[in-house]
Ligand binder design. Sequence first.
Ligand code: PLP
Length: 497
Amino acid sequence: MDVNEFRRRGKEVVDAIADYYENLDSVPPLSAVSPGYLYKIMPNEAPEDPESFEDIQADIKTKIMPGMTHWQSGNFFAWFPSNSSFPAILGDMYSSMFNIVGFNWICSPAATELETVVMDWLGKLVGLDKRYMGIKDDGTEGTGGGVIQGTASEAHIVVMIAGREKALERLKAQGLSEDDADKMRYKFVAYFSDQTHSAGQKAANIIGCKTHTVPTGDDLRLTKQALRAAIAADKAAGLIPFFVCGTFGTTNTTAIDDLPGIAEVAESEHMWNHVDAAYAGAALVCPEFRPLAAGIERADSFNFNAHKWMLTNFDCSALWVADSTHLVNALSIHREYFPPAEDSTSFVKNYRDWQLPLGRRFRALKLWFVLRMYGASGIRAHIREHVRQAKWLEEKLLADGRFEILAPTVFGLVVFRLKASAISKSDKDGDLESLNKANTDLVAYCNEDGRLFMLSTQLKGVVAVRVAIGSSFGTQKNVDLVLDVLKESASKVIAEF
Ligand code: PLP
């Protein structure tokens, strides 16, 4: 393909993308193909000779499209949203144009410096403490800073490595030799709650430390008391607490852990304190949500996915550390083929030392486009509208009388179930098994309807329906639909009981 054909085809592709977005609501959001559908219709080998753009374009329609689950549909209510937006797509097009591997400043000074700038912008926008800024108000370099990771899972691994480094340094400061400190690694314990995302456990599996899953109470929050009890038991057994993750907006219910309490414990135990706000962190652009996030200012690291609920195409996971020393010490490795000293002067971050891989894409561009083309006011309006829609749905479900809300609706997630009295004649709790079956069926019927996609989860054995509102392209009419389908499906379930 030469540049002239690229010019022509590029415009066709942009048209196809615009058509796709215009028609998204008319397509079932959940793919209906069976496993293996594509293997069966694909050739066994890559083509020997070049094929035409038209043939590939046709295959996108006939072979790929049927196997797509449409995350950008306004009728996608599963997991959490994964926002895209036209400004972000345009930014990403520029990123593809440059196609850099920006591990060091010199690999593309603009890529490094724009990332430092937009991460400070974003940090200020969500009200982060000054400790997290890459550049201080007086223009000098901060001890902390932000970095764009691919995912919250990668952020988890990176900060756990930093936490381990901090713990090792502390052991050495207490007089242990490098070797003896190293031998203590197997005693290191990371703390999570039973509601922490699996990313925490995965990070622990990767770095090879022990984990302690701390039980939550009925409100599904990790508390200071439960954390203290877990730590005391482990210390009595000779183990070394080194890392704790509090969550601002858990995956199951968007519960918010006792972040000030966790900070207090982490400080007294010298542990690394990470706050995972993968989904709900975006809400902090609105000042009214900030009181809920008290305690974040005392953490060592904070992460949220701009690609979940902040209009920025996947992947764009924003991570801040208050002090990058341990992170950089743990991940910085010098080799002769890396460019020398001019890289490590002030204001210049070698982001290869802030992440797992060496190479990195120019992801700051799409975030820059989003921050500039929506402005803070546009992003706030985006968040507030989804929260309004979620509260509206909650109200309508309660007014219906057959549903009960199982967790407070704080952000865009509504967690509920058909209540016992709706499926049995008595008002009692009924048996959990039947109630769980009724709610599993409810979600199955809603999805079988074909017009939307939602999921259930389990809260300590209780099946709960999760409707996650937050599509960049969703409007009130999509939430009207979800209510209609839920009501129809509920009637079907009740008729069968
Ligand atoms: N943490 C929380 C609270 C999440 O909800 C999720 C995903 O939904 C993750 C972490 C993992 O996110 P990622 O896919 O970016 O690794």
